[in-house]
Design a protein around this ligand. Structure first.
Ligand code: ADP
Ligand code: MG
Length: 591
């Protein structure tokens, strides 16, 4: 039986969960719904609530509810939830933990691994933060894939002929566009562009601003922008926005908005479109940029795939048609397609036989720094090693030289971004190479960058003359922006001491028989099997301490091992068989 890995679309506004089973993609309902709001809150008793329940109290308990945490991922920020503060990673872990538990409930077996999608434009820090959130939720993030890539993968599962597609993904908080080529089941991303701070939330904000002005005009009252009023406005304007996708106008009414007056206004689709046009123009600029990067023109695009809830806005379709002569289509549900792609990738990793293969690219340039004497100026500049749009995994080197005679050490830095200068880019990490040969200046140092499929970077510096002996590796993979142990302690107040799920420090632990304590509400039969297995193992271990023949000891160890493997694989029939065998052996020996 293949290992079970779920696919998760961890969205700014909504999250979705999917799994590939027997070659078929299944979207798993979360609390009975295919879509779960990415909303976290505390109920009046202080208990953690996630999803629709939290979303429902957005207006009533704004201080106890957190929304759109994804926008803060990778930032050194804290959000307040009741009396306590949490990092974006911690808040996201609550969402992932809920998804993990829902998946376990649906599938009747432990879920420990996931493929999680992120916007293609997420930088290193944001990707690491996502991985940390998975860790805290007790999920090993086996792969991070880009959302548009996942969408293409889900779409690609249904086509055979070669085609070039544009994936236009406009969600709640982010916009992403990618040029994707399909050839005989191979999905290749040619170029990717986007804006991590542009989405449906911004449309809501424009409408909120508009409503505040309108309220002032009608009642000569300046609305105090307290959290509660703001949330009320956001909720009512978001609803109005969605209605405008289907209707030419909408009547907005919110009673006693300031305690005295009602907000009452009619909003036409034309008014709304005028408000959001500048933002949609920005998305078109990104589309042009990604086409230019892929060296294509709009005429080369066979299909435009619309992804994300905000693409239901009719103006999006119209602009793509009018400005680019592109004819967009929804072929798969735009809310679910990303999670479905993640599940397909998860299935491939777990060993399910599929024909789609993913060739991803990096949307960013990765550079090291060096002193430059350009324009008669001495300045530190970024030297690109892996240019953006390079297929992944990427492995490239550049040579830099020492500046001084007998220079014994050199600092190697890694940056991400398109700027020429370090301060225009994102700093990823640095390290010192010490003990260089005492030679005149100009000693060549090879800087090698390895960028893996998760978009994580490994940097190696080697002194050319002495070879490997002087090589040091900077592996950003394992480093998290936050301290995981501290985070575990911080979330323990809400998810139990170190959390029933987050308890798992290392993936190896997953193979331990006792790991079933992780599952909160497993299917009754499974729980029974796991309990029996645990008891049998204890009895087996007691016997191993005593005098049993080498042959019997071998057999007991073998069976305990096989039963641990069965648990790890979630192979319950196999576990039942091992339980029976072990029970027989123990019965005979204990006698
Ligand atoms: P994310 O991937 O960021 O979680 P989604 O793809 O779920 O986001 O999209 C959420 C956004 O889509 C929200 O801003 C929501 O208001 C918007 N949205 C959902 N349905 C509609 C609709 N019918 N018309 C316009 N916008 C919509
Ligand atoms: Mg999305």
């Amino acid at each position: 039986m293949n290992e079970l890995i779920v696919g998760i679309d961890l969205g700014t506004t909504n999250s979705e969960l999917s799994v590939l089973r027997d070659g078929k993609v299944e979207v798993l309902p979360i609390h009975g719904n295919p879509i779960m709001p990415s909303c976290v809150g505390l109920d009046p008793s202080g208990k953690l609530i996630v999803g629709q329940a939290a979303r429902n109290q957005l207006v009533a308990a704004p201080e106890h509810t957190v929304l759109s945490i994804k926008r803060k991922m990778g930032e050194d920020a804290k959000v307040r939830l009741g009396e306590q503060e949490f990092s974006p990673e911690e808040v996201s872990s609550f969402i992932l933990r809920e998804l993990k538990q829902e998946a376990e409930r649906q599938l009747g077996q432990p879920v420990r691994k996931a493929v999680i999608t992120v916007p293609a434009f997420f930088n290193e820090r944001q990707r690491k933060a996502t991985q940390a959130a998975g860790d805290l939720a007790g999920l090993e993030v086996v792969r991070i894939i880009n959302e548009p890539t996942a969408a293409a993968l889900a779409y690609g599962a249904g086509v055979t002929e070669g085609e070039t597609m544009l994936v236009y993904d406009l969600g709640g908080g982010t916009f992403d566009v990618s040029v994707v080529v399909m050839e005989q089941g191979v999905v290749e991303v040619k170029a990717s562009h986007g804006d991590t701070h542009l989405g449906g939330d911004d449309f809501d904000q424009l409408l909120v601003d508009h409503a505040v002005k309108e309220f002032k005009r009608q009642h000569s009252v300046e609305l105090t922008p307290d959290v509660r009023t703001l949330r009320r406005l956001q909720v009512v304007m978001e609803r109005a926005k969605r209605i405008l996708s289907d209707e030419p106008f909408v009547n907005v009414r919110e009673e006693y908005l300031d305690g005295q007056h009602h907000l009452e206004m009619e909003l036409t689709r034309d008014d709304y479109e005028r408000l959001i046009l500048p933002l949609l123009e920005k998305t078109l600029t990104c589309v042009h940029q990604s086409l230019a990067d892929a060296k294509l023109s709009p005429r080369d695009i066979h299909k435009v795939m619309l992804v994300g809830g905000a693409t239901r806005t009719p103006l999006v379709h119209r602009l793509l048609q009018e400005r680019l002569r592109l004819d967009p289509r929804f072929e798969i549900n735009p809310d679910l397609i990303v999670a479905m792609g993640a599940a397909i990738q998860a299935g491939v990793i777990a060993g399910e036989k599929r024909h789609s293969i993913l060739v991803d690219i990096t949307p960013h340039t990765y550079s090291t720094t060096a002193l430059s004497f350009r324009r008669g100026l001495e300045e530190i500049v970024c030297v690109p090693i892996i240019p953006r749009n390079t297929p992944l995994p990427a492995s490239k080197s550049e040579i830099v030289f020492t500046l001084y005679d007998n220079q014994a050490q050199v600092k190697v830095e890694a940056y991400q971004g398109e700027g020429d200068l370090p301060d225009q880019n994102i700093f990823i990490g640095d390290f010192l190479v010490e003990g260089l040969s005492r030679v005149p200046s100009g000693n060549p140092i090879i800087i090698h960058f390895d960028l893996d499929l998760n978009g994580l970077l490994k940097v190696t510096a080697t002194e050319k003359a002495t070879g490997l002996a002087k090589s040091i590796t900077l592996d950003t993979h394992g480093q998290h922006v936050i301290n995981l142990d501290e985070a575990r302690r911080n979330i323990a107040t809400l998810v139990g001491p170190y959390g029933p799920d987050a308890a798992e420090g290392t993936p190896e632990l997953a193979t331990d028989l006792l790991a079933e304590e992780e599952i909160e509400q497993p299917v009754a039969d499974t729980q029974q099997l796991l309990n029996t297995a645990k008891d049998l193992r204890k009895r087996g271990e007691v016997l191993l301490q005593k005098t049993v023949s080498a042959e019997d000891a071998q057999e007991i160890r073998e069976l305990i091992h096989q039963s641990a493997t069965a648990i790890k694989d979630g192979d319950w029939p196999a576990l039942a068989a091992r339980n029976d065998s072990l029970s027989d052996v123990l019965f005979y020996l204990e006698d």
